[in-house]
Design a binder for this molecule. Structure first.
Ligand code: HEM
Length: 426
């Protein structure tokens, strides 16, 4: 190649690459740019102008942001939840694990399995998550909220995350599983480590996730052994016993399921409680309505789930090439389904960026959709209602002081790190 041609070639390669990188940065930032944690929503709105289904070279796949497409693809049997089968993801995780066992790949959990394995596991797990059982926890959860709020009684400023939003879901799930009270604090660290699997571009973060995963498994293995010999009235004992058509969970399935439950217990409802309170306090007229008609609290919680979904996006893998609306989803591609994008789709709900407790019925996708629909949904709603109801009861003059809000770093989990409120006189 002559020098001139090679210069032009190299320039056009660079220009092409630059265009690709810009495109990717636009939505790839959703995954990696910490400056976006203040809010990913303006970026998603800009991306929406480019289309509903966007190609990304960074994740070797696609980002989907419209309600119609996210919902359809969550039901589409041509997509797989077994994302850790992706050669790219396996390479990244195995190399960051530096020779350690990688449970997330070697013992996939319920969220990352397809039928028939998923169907089997879901049937067994669902036995312990019936609405009746969850409803029966109401008095216990109310008492727990009350005890947690008692600890802050008399304080003029209340740090809602520390006092209530973090401990409540963590204690509830630990108690449900039968984790002794004095050992619960371990799970906070392990769970925070585990969600770092999502930081796929940082070897350090993935290494931390693997270590957290292994530590949690080692602990849980001992707990399961104990429950086998000394069963109690707890979820682990129930899951050990759970049987469907003569089939039971094996030890690895049991450990993977408990891990998911513990992480879900720590990382999701916490964020819902604080986001909902923050949104209400920013809209005093709607807060006043909720105060005078408590049946509106359910609407406020659903609206908070819609506007600030604790899980921002779900990923899926393409096992075999297929066409979707003129786009070729190739074998091995990853597909990122943006719950945040779907929930604010202006084609489905008017004025989507506004908080409105009177919004016409709208199907947000914050708990997912299809066969993986969140198993803990009734529990999350129950905890959020109990927490917010009692906060409003105890503090009739609650206000939001000036503060620098810090949102969590995680690219897939959205929520506040801290939220200080002024209690006013009780
Ligand atoms: C506001 C709180 C919560 C939110 C926003 C949330 C969100 C989600 C979402 C989006 C999924 C679907 C995952 C996928 O399709 O790949 C899911 C699944 C799941 N969630 Fe939740 N979750 C919450 C609370 C909980 C709680 C408290 C538990 C239990 C302690 C829980 C247990 C599960 C389980 C076991 C699955 C897997 C279901 C399956 O794969 O069949 N979640 N959750």
């Amino acid at each position: 190649m002559s020098t001139a041609i090679s210069k032009v070639y190299s320039w056009s390669m660079q220009a092409g690459l630059q265009a690709m990188v810009m495109m990717d940065r636009l939505w790839g930032n959703l995954i990696i740019d910490p400056s976006l944690k203040a809010s990913p929503h303006p970026l998603i709105a800009r991306l929406r102008l480019k289309g509903n289904i966007l190609r990304s070279y960074m994740i070797n796949g696609w980002a989907v942001i419209s309600h119609e497409d996210v919902k359809a693809l969550l039901r589409d049997k041509r997509l797989s939840s077994e994302v850790f089968e992706s050669a790219l993801i396996q390479r990244v995780i195995r190399s960051a694990a530096q020779g350690l066992v990688t449970p997330i790949i070697d013992y996939p959990n319920i969220v990352n399995l397809d039928p028939p394995d998923h169907t089997r596991l879901r049937k067994l797990a669902a036995q312990s998550f019936t609405s009746r059982f969850i409803q029966s926890l109401t008095p216990k959860i109310n008492a727990l909220v009350s005890a947690l709020l008692d600890e802050a009684a008399g304080n003029e400023e209340v740090e809602v995350m520390d006092v209530l939003a973090r401990p409540l879901p963590a204690i509830v799930i630990a108690e449900m599983l039968g984790v002794p009270a004095e050992e619960r604090h371990y799970f906070e660290q392990w769970s925070a480590a585990l969600i770092k699997y999502a930081e796929i571009l940082s070897a350090d973060a993935i290494h931390e996730a693997v270590l957290g995963d292994l530590a949690m498994r080692i602990y849980l293995q001992e707990l399961v052994d104990l429950k086998r010999t000394h069963p109690g009235q707890d979820l682990i004992s129930a899951l050990i016993e759970a049987e469907e058509d003569g089939d039971k969970l094996d030890i690895e399935e049991l450990l993977s399921l408990c891990t998911v439950l513990l992480v879900a217990g720590h990382e999701t409802t916490t964020r819902l409680i604080s986001s909902c309170l923050w949104l209400l306090l920013q809209h005093p007229e709607q807060l006043a309505e909720v105060r005078s008609d408590r049946s509106l609290l359910k609407n406020a919680i659903e609206e908070a789930l819609r506007l600030e979904p604790p899980v921002l996006a779900l990923s899926r893998l393409v096992p075999e090439t297929f066409d979707y609306k003129g786009h070729t989803f190739k074998k091995g591609h990853l597909v990122l389904l943006s719950i945040a994008g779907a929930n604010r789709d202006p084609n489905v709900t008017p004025n989507p960026d506004a908080f409105s407790i009177h919004r016409e019925a709208f199907e947000h996708l914050s708990f997912g959709h299809g066969i993986h629909l969140c198993l803990g949904m009734p529990l999350a709603r129950l905890e959020a209602e109990a927490a917010l109801n009692q906060l409003l009861d105890r503090y009739p003059k609650l206000t939001l002081p000036e503060q620098d809000l810090v949102w969590s770093d995680s690219p897939f989990f959205r929520g506040l790190e801290q939220l200080t409120v002024i209690a006013g006189s009780e």
